[in-house]
Design a protein around this ligand. Structure first.
Ligand code: FES
Length: 253
């Protein structure tokens, strides 16, 4: 079950242009959180408290801390970027389902701000790992991933690694796997799903649908499912509640 609590900011640093790295003291959340889950931070926008769902990048159960690496996109995240160590922020989590740890040879694929939630996954996966990180231009977290597996990079402008996208890297280096884990924008996930289907590889995809409430109530985040729910007779799934992680064959992208 999710916990709602004021959490103390341990540190909140800008690591790249528009990308911030936040550590929160949140003992209970850290003790139950799984890779791929997210938390909602509550921001005071126009006097109302609005949730900003952010994926969990790292979990330190020993010291009771969670790490969120996020991109500043609007008012809410701008407010979060201004938090200083010692500040308190309302936090609800962990939310969503998270990844299932499985397989002997994993291909971990992240695009842009879809990269952070794969960090804790890569830490916890105890198997052979190839990690492919796709960026537009500025890279982040890639050095930290190097301690966890073989890292390959793509950038759209070719300023680092292979010029192109994550699929260009996978084809170039002929990377194989028995399980794919991916998180990133939907065109990337669509490409990954196609690649996984053609090559008959099981894939878990974490969807980055725009979320609002984060708790299954507003339906802002629905995606198309391949199955019809027996009770509700609809083929929608809420990314924040039934996801954000789905098996590739469960969702239409
Ligand atoms: Fe409101 Fe998912 S964000 S239902």
């Amino acid at each position: 079950a999710a916990i709602k609590k004021k959490s103390k900011v341990i540190q909140n640093e800008r690591i790249e242009e528009g990308i911030y790295d936040l550590w929160l003291k949140a003992e209970e959340m850290a003790s139950i959180a799984r890779p791929g889950q997210f938390v909602s931070l509550y921001c005071k926008e126009g006097g109302r408290l609005l949730p900003r769902p952010i994926s969990i990048c790292e979990i330190d159960k020993k010291t009771g801390k969670i790490r969120l690496v996020y991109r500043v996109l609007g008012k809410g995240t701008k407010e979060i970027a201004h938090l200083k160590s010692g500040d308190l922020i309302d936090c609800l989590g962990p939310l969503g389902n998270g990844f299932n740890l499985e397989g002997k040879k994993a291909l971990i694929i992240g695009g842009g701000i879809g990269i952070p939630p794969l960090f804790e996954l890569a830490k916890q996966l105890d198997c052979e790992k190839n990690i492919v990180l796709g960026y537009r231009d500025i890279t982040f977290l890639n050095k930290e991933f190097e301690a966890l597996g073989d890292v390959y990079i793509s950038t759209e402008d070719g300023s680092a690694g292979t010029k192109g996208n994550v699929l260009d890297v996978i084809k170039k280096y002929k990377l194989t796997a028995d399980i794919i884990y991916a998180c990133g924008p939907s065109p990337m996930l669509k490409g990954v799903k196609e690649y996984a289907t053609i090559n008959n590889i099981k894939a878990q995809l974490s969807l980055e649908e725009r979320m609002a409430c984060g708790i299954g109530a507003c339906l802002a985040c629905v995606c198309k499912s391949t199955e019809i729910d027996h009770h509700t007779k609809v083929n929608n799934k809420r990314v924040c509640k039934e996801g954000p992680v789905f098996y590739a064959d469960e969702v239409v992208l």
